[in-house]
Design a protein. Structure first.
Length: 94
């Protein structure tokens, strides 16, 4: 990641992701990274409902559990907008 990429990335808390996600701005978390997958909803092979089910939440288990290809992991990188700044265990404390 070069300096320009770093400047575009934002730090999010899990609450920020949960509170800002909507159909118009479909934000999910996978592996502690935040993704805006709005533009991909209509192209998802399994349909948009599968993604929308995880809107504003950590979709890591669902993403990994489906056995996505390496191509899917590479494609996901295109949608990264930031990182989560608290771990799932920290979030559970509140």
């Amino acid at each position: 990641m070069d300096a320009a990429d770093t400047k575009k990335r934002k730090e999010f808390t899990r609450d920020e992701v949960a509170n800002s996600a909507s159909y118009e701005e479909c934000i999910i978390i996978v592996d502690e990274k935040v993704y805006n997958v709005t533009s991909f909803l209509g192209r998802h092979p399994g349909g948009e409902d599968i993604i929308l089910e995880w809107l504003g939440r950590d979709a890591t288990s669902a993403f990994e559990g489906k056995g996505h290809s390496e191509q899917a992991y590479q494609m996901l990188k295109e949608f990264q907008i930031g990182i989560v700044v608290e771990s799932a265990s920290e979030w559970g404390k509140y």
